[in-house]
Write a protein that binds this ligand. Sequence first.
Ligand code: PLP
Length: 456
Amino acid sequence: MSQQIPYKIYLEESELPAQWYNVRSDMKNKPAPLLNPGTLQPITLEELTPIFCEELARQELDDTTAYIDIPEEIQSFYKMYRPSPLTRAYFLEKALDTPAHIYYKFEGNNTSGSHKLNSAIAQAYYAKKEGLKGVTTETGAGQWGTALSMACSYFDLDCQVYMVKVSYEQKPFRREVMRTYGASVTPSPSMNTNVGRKINEEFPGTTGSLGCAISEAVEAATTQEGYRYVLGSVLSQVLLHQSVIGLETKAALDKYGIKPDMIIGCAGGGSNLGGLISPFAGEMLRGEADYKIIAVEPASCPSLTRGKYMYDFCDTGKVCPLAKMYTLGSGFIPSANHAGGLRYHGMSSVVSQLYDDGYLEARSVEQTSVFQAAQQFARVEGILPAPESSHAIRVAIDEALKCKETGEAKTIVFGLTGTGYFDMVAYQKYNDGDMSDYIPTDEDIAASLSALPNVD
Ligand SMILES: *Cc1c(COP(=O)(O)O)cnc(C)c1O
């Protein structure tokens, strides 16, 4: 019975998913519909298509089709960097002296350094197929912008990226990767858009936020002929594309008859977590299996653990549709946390609904303990993890240490979303002992939640 599990479980090309899985199809309580910000009525396909490509708008609204074919061109692009390895963390288990079996699915093996390319290539593909000239988007830390610029250069599409000003200034290398792939990168808030000019006027000297960059990118898309807006997280279409992570993970585990007890992922907008857990959550929803699923978020931006489940704006400028989600309020500005990809005020409405229905739990962790886990992992497993990914490592280690106490050999799977080479300033702060843990007070959160729109 005890077949030796290899250090890395790969899949053959023939075993790679040919379809994405739409977890919404198996949810009894569907995620609440997006609302038109003007009328507050559920948004229609016609209203979405000026913003999104038509096929992507369809995917956004489709909560019944279980499996959606991955177009050939996307499957073939995926083969450039997929399957991503599912690795048995033998060295980490040994270092922790735990009976737990730990596996991680590593998405950092491409130039963008994260899972974001899985959805970027799909979104660029549909834009190209629709005959568009280009796409606009925002990027915070830069991973999404990088992934999208790679995808756009592959399909020869123009790519306009609004990059949160503070990151634009602090992360010149990410900016140059994007420019190398042909994208134009504008610091946000900029003077290119009405909303950018307005924010600059209201808050002179502001270094920007993700919500503000989204508003600018949406405006840029809707005011240029042949352009649409694309988004790297939060949306249900993005979770759909990211289901490739979970499908591969499940196929690899099934090959060796491994059934996880626990699945852990970091949660910013919820796309990698949603993608990783989709096939497993599907089994839970259909009553076929049970797993403990844990979403990990930073204590500085705790939307699931301390936010409210309400309709809210997805962006600061309030031009995007409203989504019902766990949110801290679209005006919430998280403190300077080094996990840029986890600094969003809300959470995917799919993940929010699954959480509200009790299919997953959430935990928040503090930044210094996250970097301690990152360092421990890097030293034994040979990968320098992204700060975002290290949130999942933190909780995986905590759970493995619990197993050490109880003597249980639980099987833990976590998502290792990316590499941290562009985050060395954060590592430097940690190494110098200069890292702080800022946690918002109840008053901070209450103030930001008090500005939520009044919609049920
Ligand atoms: C963007 C990002 C995240 C968080 O985004 P989700 O949509 O929550 O997955 C996590 N890890 C990395 C490396 C990222 O780039």
